[in-house]
Design a protein. Structure first.
Length: 356
């Protein structure tokens, strides 16, 4: 709970943490199966051993963490429930655990809302992130009269920024079309302490329908997830341009967790290169090094054996230099994967082996 504590939405002195899921009816009527224990050595860490009975082997259980506000504490947005920004296969962004039938089984170590402490934008730091969306597919949108807006959909964002939840979705950022090409752009200024992950969608204020807000289709779970790129823990690329979005009522892009891009000092490269990852085979992290002799946008993506993109780990403007990225494949299963780098003038692919 350290991030929630640092950002002022959780007070470990008066608040408590619960875990709720199918194993306790998503409630707290039985504290022994829901109320977590506070670690006496670190008040930000909470834990609970829950007996699992009458379950089928390999069943997937889903759950969430829940803030129970104490007396005098500021109520948490979304009435206590987290909506984890990390990818999950469930509609409400629930956390999964597979019942293995073992005497003792541990759920993954987690941060509330899925926000790692390394992703915190420190107090006194300002980060600028530019978002853009192509509004061409938006049915009913009138570029001559309607206003395009960026809308956060993560309760944690509302809590940190003291915005009532659920209420009317705030028009946090207005986007404009400077080139009359239906691509709308806006820059969000983030003042620390804050965090660098965004669960969001787009909308437009329909003037012809009495200023009704029209949003892209989809639930919270189907919103976009983007992160400001990092150069290291609590160090961010600023200004940063997010990958371009396109208005859609269907599936939306969801980036993997932030990846640090580290510049390697030395001679300025005179040619493009993509080196073999090391170690290889690896479990679960590996380092990828590449060089670019010209400044420009660089993307680095991971593909499976079927040629399907499983994760885009980099998509940003970089200056001429040699770089290293530490890639974490914790969310992937063992097997052969390919990583591909793309710039305006260069494409290269190499193979790597994940062995868990």
């Amino acid at each position: 709970m350290s991030v929630a504590n640092e950002l002022g939405v959780f007070n470990p002195s008066v608040d408590s943490v619960q875990v709720r899921g199918g194993f306790n009816g998503w409630g707290d009527t039985d504290p022994a199966r829901s109320l977590m224990n506070q670690d006496p050595g670190d008040p930000n860490i909470w834990f609970l051993d829950i007996p699992m009975v009458q379950l089928v082997l390999n069943d997937t259980l889903i759950y969430k963490y829940f803030i129970k506000n104490g007396s005098g504490s500021t109520p948490y947005s979304n009435t206590g429930w987290e909506v984890a920004i990390v990818p999950t296969p469930f509609g409400n962004r629930d956390r999964p655990i597979e019942f293995m039938g073992e005497p003792n089984q541990a759920a993954e170590y987690a941060y509330f809302e899925g926000i790692n402490t390394d992703w915190v934008i420190p107090s006194g730091t300002t980060v600028e992130a530019t978002f853009s969306v192509d509004m061409t597919p938006a049915t009913g949108f009138d570029p001559a009269a309607d206003t395009v807006v960026w809308i956060p959909r993560q309760p944690f964002y509302y809590a940190v920024h003291n915005i009532p939840w659920p209420g009317d979705y705030p028009r946090v950022l207005v986007l404009t079309d400077g080139n009359s090409d239906m691509v709308y752009e806006g820059t969000l200024t983030i003042e620390g302490p804050d965090f660098n992950g965004f669960l969001y969608n787009y909308g437009y204020v329909d003037v012809s329908a009495t200023n009704t807000l029209v949003q892209e289709g989809g639930s919270q779970a189907e919103c976009r997830v983007r992160y400001v790129a990092q150069t290291g823990p609590r160090a961010f690329v600023s200004p940063y341009t997010m990958p371009a979005d396109v208005w859609t009522d269907g599936e939306k892009p969801e980036e993997g967790t932030p990846t640090s891009v580290e510049e390697i000092s030395g001679a300025i490269p005179n040619k493009y290169s993509l080196e073999q990852n090391y170690p290889n085979p690896f479990n679960p992290t590996t380092t990828i090094r590449f060089s670019i002799p010209e400044a420009g946008r660089v993307s680095l993506s991971i593909y499976n054996l079927l040629g399907e993109k499983v994760e885009e780990i980099l998509n940003q403007e970089l200056v001429t230099n040699t770089y290293e990225i530490t890639y974490d494949a914790s969310n992937l299963s063992s097997g052969v994967y390919f990583y591909t780098i793309k710039t305006a003038n260069f494409i290269s692919t190499k193979k790597m082996l994940l062995m868990k």
